[in-house]
Design a protein around this ligand. Structure first.
Ligand code: HEC
Length: 144
């Protein structure tokens, strides 16, 4: 976010009880930090959806009108057999894979796609952050 105001630094209001200081950018940054710190608890669906939007949605669709695009649609992915949709042209590797997508196989696949399905055409650097994987999987579970 760009702060376009060329105004001189205004003194931060004292955060006294009952006072309602205008939300300055420093305060906003602090709020963002606190929000980040709070994500270290239960899986966070909003965070999971954001991860999906930024890291998966360029290739995968979900939701009522989802269809195969650059990658297969990912509705009801948990419990689905690898290569299991019928409107997408999978790699031979994915088509012949015997993997069933569960929490564990998805986690492993997202950390390193080619380790779980050698020869897959999903080009993805991999996600190793356990927290992000938890959130993402929690979000995918809402699409069953
Ligand atoms: C650059 C594009 C791209 C991105 C980004 C991407 N994928 Fe994929 N994904 C693919 C392609 C292509 C395939 C099909 C692979 C094949 O046929 O070998 C695939 C396959 C899959 C499959 C197997 C689906 C099935 O029907 O068996 C899963 C699960 C999956 N991706 C999850 C994800 C998730 C979750 C993310 C985000 C963290 C993601 N992918 C990011 C391109 C991508």
């Amino acid at each position: 976010m760009i702060n376009r105001q060329p105004s001189p630094p205004t003194p931060l209001p004292q955060a006294g009880e009952g006072s309602k200081p205008a939300v300055g950018s420093r305060l906003a940054a602090l709020v963002a930090l606190i929000a980040l710190a709070q994500t270290s608890q239960a899986a966070d669906l909003t965070a999971g959806r954001d991860i999906f939007t930024t890291r998966c949605a360029s290739c995968h669709q979900v939701g009522p009108s989802a269809r195969g695009a650059f990658g297969p649609q990912l509705n009801a992915i948990i419990g689905r057999k690898a290569g299991g949709t019928d409107d997408y042209r999978y790699s031979d590797a994915m088509k012949t894979s015997t993997v069933v997508w569960t929490d564990d196989t998805l986690r492993a696949f997202l950390q390193s796609p080619a380790k779980v399905v050698p020869g897959t055409k999903m080009r993805f650097w991999g996600m190793s952050n356990a927290r992000q994987l938890d959130d993402l999987l929690a979000y995918l579970r809402t699409l069953q």
